[in-house]
Write a protein that binds this ligand. Sequence first.
Ligand code: EPZ
Length: 423
Amino acid sequence: LEKLYINGGVPLRGEVQISGAKNAVLKIMAAALLGQGPSLLSNVPQIRDVKTMCSVLRSLGAQVESGHGTVKIDPGTGLMNTAPHDLVKGMRASIQVLGPLLGRLGEVKVALPGGCAIGDRPIDMHLEGLKAMGAEIRDEHGYVLARATKLRGARIHLDYPSVGATENLMMAASLAEGETVLLNPAKEPEIIESQRFLNKMGAQIRGAGTNRIVIKGVRQLKGADYRVGPDRIEAGTFMVAAALTGGEILINGAVEEHLGAVIHKLQQAGVQLQFMEGNRVLVRSKEKLQPIQLRTMPYPGFPTDMQPQFMVLSTVAAGVSIITEAVYNNRFKHVNDLRRMGADIYVEGRTAVIKGTQFLSGACVTCPDLRAGAALVLAGLAANGQTVVEDIAHIDRGYENLESKLAQLGADIVRQQSGEQAC
Ligand code: EPZ
């Protein structure tokens, strides 16, 4: 029942440290199941999805100890092969235990995923790839059952560069008999992080980040220590916060090569970015923001996880912006609340036309999902008056201490149990 209370209009100034990448660490935690010994992960973000993944791994019988920014995972020798529905339904990334468990145990039962409410999110490509490697797949009663005495290497072409399918297949292929070639895989930086971690465990993978990933199966893998890289979507979110509030923020942990499409669009909007060595960038915006056109695409195209944040930017730009969400079929759930804050947005299918207005006005809004929630917070920072954001548990899934990081930059934002003030 906690809410965020925001009084907008304060230009954000100062320095912010980006946390470890949610979409890297969740897969690396699953990959740790493949090791014959413990893995120690550091720079782990303190977010709800990491806690959920710890619970999933514990329910499988792994020993999991989480410290401040660290997680130690020891699969032990008694791993179970069933990932329960009550855990999986809350987080789609739980499906990433499918590949490691099948590779290690030869049999696995995972509840079909749930996760964010951003459209249907099938796992057909995950399953097709595992079948190509010799797995027998059935789904019944809302569970996927997969069995394979020994997975064998295969040549797998993905119809779409799915991040999750690429990760699951890389992990399963690491212990398969022979060589697996993944064609048209996802190229996201998180895939490169998974390859780095798996190779530290003794896997033989090359090509992550390119159109072709080759995995030579090995007999077994050991535990490994790994420091998680910074979260490019958190970095992008703070870049938009600087632009929206007309402030100036030094962001520590922004990897320029991971943010090409975001940087390009911010520059088109008239935002000034000055990259410095050590993955730092100074972001400021003095002039009126310019409208943009963007279409979300697989990496290195514009990231869908930054679409809601850029829609907020567009609502106060000097002109008409066009945003097409080409990755998910239902990722405009932030539109209605933005309209309630005074935004002029017309949606036709997967395309939104946003006519910039002078300003947004604060309102009571509700987070429908993780990135839409972050976008509504950004809108509150820019709006006149007070914005009250509820259902902020969605935001806590993927952002570590968002409101305290914003407050340190001067934002007038507090997290409170919902007071008597009704929205
Ligand atoms: C990962 O999800 C991220 N999540 C998402 O971030 C991100 O939006 C997405 O990649 C795309 O970049 C994590 O890494 C935990 P996909 P994932 O498989 O792996 C369809 C966030 O906000 N598809 O590339 O689920 C699917 O329905 C989250 O941090 C199939 O049709 O993404 C979707 O429309 C949200 N069949 C599209 O592909 C399949 O077998 C992209 O999915 C698999 C996917």
